[in-house]
Write a protein that binds this ligand. Structure first.
Ligand SMILES: *Cc1c(COP(=O)(O)O)cnc(C)c1O
Length: 423
């Protein structure tokens, strides 16, 4: 085990979403504290992307650590078929209380992609169990729902999915709704209505596509339309849930109810992998039967990990504290002020904000693309200034942990303006 962490890492590890050839700048992080990450050379980075959108209350939070370590010494794991435990019961009770009142049951997994897989299986089998053949799925263009095959199938097609495209199942892709196009969307839906099992969507913000946003009123209209056609609704709150949008859930902006909801990422405050899928009684009852074959045959070894459920309980306690809710509103306000400034900048093509999520599109004279050279310029630039920002092509976005200070936000804003002026 000789060599630096960088050298040892390069010998044995294969990193996600990374062309390993030429990936020289992989940074060993040795500890985290609040909004900060520290590398092996003692450099400090402000984690302005919440480590891929998961961290809510800051790194190495002592309260979550304490609760998880107590749980570790009490019950670290138990099979969740035939057995249950208080952390999973309490977490389901506490979460369902915060969700739209039609959400009644919780199915646990261990990441976002598998929460989506379960949601898709629930909806497809819902029809199957009633002897109906509805197997097509409706989704938004540019959507992102994860990297397993089902989740990838319902995500927008692109370079990521190209090698697998023949193996992905049939999905009808539509534009996000606007007042202007909604009737066109209805026409497309009508064309496939009898075959569509469900509609899966990221509400309000399409994260991985570059923080693209649409209006809750328009989405609500589209949801109602689908519901009236017997198309089940899967709301992917994996990214936007737990306060990111300025309210606890994107659902809190919508006038229509979904049938199924998916959560992960911020669920444990970003401390442990956990995913879950909630559903209405209507879905649950389509599986509840004397016929054993009508059960939902899905499960993971670490389904409802007591440790991860405990982390989620602790994180949700912190989230609902007055201080955290105030912090969220404080970030929203600071972002709004900065967004107003950005809108006047000649180098900025577009500015989008939904709550604590802020994105700006850098004017490049070319079409917006994930593979824009801007990423390769901007990412190291911000790191050299002690800020972890991970532009999606020419789109710079902020998704900070709620504990970030006004001073750190001001420093990030200032650094972005400097980049706009100098690069
Ligand atoms: C990240 C993400 C997923 C996938 O979650 P993983 O835990 O990374 O598998 C699904 N949907 C959305 C909207 C996401 O942002």
């Amino acid at each position: 085990m000789s060599g630096t962490l960088r050298e040892r890492d390069r010998k044995v590890n294969w990193h996600p979403y990374t062309q390993m050839k030429g990936a020289e700048d992989i940074i060993p992080i040795v500890r985290g504290n609040g909004a900060y990450l520290y590398d092996d050379k003692g450099n400090r980075y402000i984690d302005a992307v919440s480590s891929w959108w998961v961290t809510l209350h800051g790194h190495a939070h002592p309260y979550i650590a304490e609760r998880v370590s107590e749980q570790l010494l009490t019950l670290e794991q138990v099979i969740f078929a035939g057995f249950t435990h208080e952390p999973a019961i309490r977490l389901s009770e506490n979460l369902l209380r915060l969700l739209p009142s039609n959400q009644k049951k919780v199915f646990y997994t261990d990441n976002g992609s598998t929460a989506i897989e379960v949601a898709l299986k629930m909806c497809i089998q819902y029809h199957y169990n009633q002897g109906l053949k509805r197997t097509k799925i409706l989704a938004f263009k540019n959507s992102y729902h994860g990297d397993t095959f089902g989740a990838m199938s319902v995500s927008g097609r692109g370079v990521w999915t190209a090698p697998f495209v023949d193996m992905l199942f049939e999905v009808i892709f539509i534009d996000v709704p606007t007042e202007a196009n909604i009737n066109t969307l209805f026409i497309t839906i009508d064309q496939y209505a009898d075959e569509l099992a469900c509609f899966v969507y990221e509400p309000l913000v399409q994260g991985a596509a570059g923080m693209l946003m649409h209006k809750p009123e328009d989405l609500s209209i589209l949801m109602e339309y689908c519901r009236n056609k017997g198309i089940l609704l899967i709301q992917d709150e994996i990214f936007v849930g737990f306060g990111r949008t300025g309210r606890l859930f994107a659902a809190d902006y919508l006038s229509a109810y979904s049938d199924v909801m998916c959560f992960s990422k911020g669920l444990t405050g970003g401390t442990m992998p956990l995913g879950l899928t909630t559903c209405s009684d209507v879905i649950y009852e389509a599986f509840y039967s004397d016929d054993k074959k009508k059960a939902l045959f899905h499960g993971h070894s670490f389904t409802a990990s007591p440790l991860a459920c405990t982390a989620a309980l602790a994180s949700m306690e912190l989230l609902l504290q007055e201080r955290t809710l105030e912090n969220i509103q404080r970030i929203v306000l600071q972002h709004e002020r900065f967004a107003a400034k950005l809108r006047l900048h000649h180098q900025v093509e577009d500015v989008r904000q939904q709550g604590t999520i802020l994105a700006l599109e850098w004017r490049t004279g070319e079409e917006t693309s994930y593979f824009s050279d801007m990423h390769d310029k901007l990412y190291p630039y911000f790191l050299s200034k002690g800020i972890l920002l991970r532009p999606l092509g020419n789109i710079i976005y902020l998704v900070p942990p709620y504990c970030i200070t006004d001073d750190d936000l001001a420093y990030i804003y200032e650094t972005i303006l400097e980049a706009l002026d100098s690069l």
